[in-house]
Design a protein around this ligand. Structure first.
Ligand code: NDP
Length: 333
């Protein structure tokens, strides 16, 4: 059995700011698991756009902070009051919580799930937070039905890559947007019916293109994680009685909007967050089981943009925020 060191490698953010505030440390204390927690030795951690919000302060959080909301690893110690979870030292698990940019994380057993043998660590991390998100968006926020017309922004991204596949699996007609020819090619290969390069000269007019594709009706639902740059267009291309789901701020937040903008078309809007849909253990386990099933059956494929060493975390955040990446960014620990 491996001994647990007193200190570890971790990325610490002392104050909000750009990627330069991500400090690589080699002497960060290894936490003791408290009541209800397990200590996980992480092998692969996920990098998500939300990490940039905590880094910049768009989403306030106490500092100093170790960012990172998910990882795969092995349980190396059990805190008090964890008996009911049926975990043991050596279990291979995946968790969703906080402080994943580190070799060891003390995480609530409640937010930790046993990982089925057939799913490699990289596939699991590349699809966990992102995959649970897209499942909840397509099942609960708006229940996607066969034949629905769906507009999905940033369709080549970590969440978008999985969402495109899920939407096709559910039988929707998918219009994806993506920045640049390489991303467009990828989203087409995933089966999207139409893909618009919204950064190209022609694609800047994506609203007209969407209306033309749908015969002037508009789409049943828009999934918009881009926010500031796209929210108006998303409202413009949703059909009468349709829904716009704003679930991210990649270009900045959607500004407060007058509710009467929704009246002419009786549009519904939603601003969901994953952690609302998986707040209980039962919800987390049920969504995880569904995701694992989709991975094991080959229905959902993952794409890893790059595995970054922990010390290259600044480079990873620069890449993510400069729209250079396709699929998911991971940290190899
Ligand atoms: P992505 O891999 O999708 O990266 C963000 C993408 O957004 C970029 O690649 C880029 O794609 C697009 N983008 C558009 N405008 C900008 C801009 N100005 N700056 C940077 N990127 C831009 O990240 P994730 O998969 O981690 O997350 C996707 C989105 O989903 C994020 O907004 C995130 O906050 C949200 N999210 C929300 C959750 C929730 O619970 N509500 C949970 C998980 C994710 P392109 O070049 O194609 O435009």
């Amino acid at each position: 059995m491996s001994t647990i060191p007193k200190t570890q490698r971790a990325i610490v953010v002392e104050k909000t700011g750009g990627p330069e505030v991500l400090e690589y440390r080699t002497d960060h204390p290894v936490p003791e698991p408290k009541a209800g927690e397990v200590l996980v030795k992480n092998t692969v951690a996920g990098i998500n756009y939300i990490d940039t919000y905590f880094r910049t302060g768009l989403y306030p959080s106490p500092k100093p902070e170790v960012l990172g909301r998910e990882a795969v690893g092995t349980i190396v110690a059990l805190g008090p009051d964890t008996e009911k979870f049926d975990f043991k030292v050596g279990d291979r698990v995946i968790w969703i919580s906080n402080h994943g940019y580190a070799e060891y994380t003390a995480v609530l057993a409640d937010k930790t799930i046993k990982l089925p043998d057939g799913i490699p660590a990289e596939d699991a991390t590349a699809s966990f937070l992102s995959g649970l998100t897209v499942l909840s968006l397509a099942k609960e926020t708006y229940e996607v039905k066969k034949g629905d017309w769906v507009l999905l922004h940033a369709a080549a991204g970590g969440a978008g890559f999985l969402m495109t596949q899920l939407l096709k699996h559910l039988g929707a007609h998918v219009i994806g947007t993506a920045g640049g020819p390489e991303k467009v090619k990828l989203v087409k290969e995933l089966g999207a019916d139409h893909v618009i390069d919204y950064r190209s000269e022609e694609g800047k007019n994506w609203q007209k293109i969407v209306m033309d594709i749908t015969g002037g009706k508009g789409v049943d639902v828009v999934y918009d994680s881009v926010g500031k740059d796209t929210w108006e267009g998303s409202l413009a291309v949703v059909k009468k009685k349709g829904m716009v789901v704003w679930f991210g701020n990649s270009s900045g937040p959607v500004p407060p909007l007058p509710l009467n903008l929704l009246s002419p078309k009786c549009v519904k809007v939603a601003r969901p967050q994953l952690f609302g849909y998986i707040s209980t253990r039962e919800e987390l386990q049920a969504y995880s089981d569904e995701l694992f099933g989709l991975l094991l059956s080959g229905t959902l494929k993952v794409l890893v943009h790059k595995l970054y060493p922990l010390e290259s975390i600044q480079e990873a955040h620069v890449d993510l925020e400069s729209r250079k990446t396709m699929g998911k960014l991971l940290i190899k620990l």
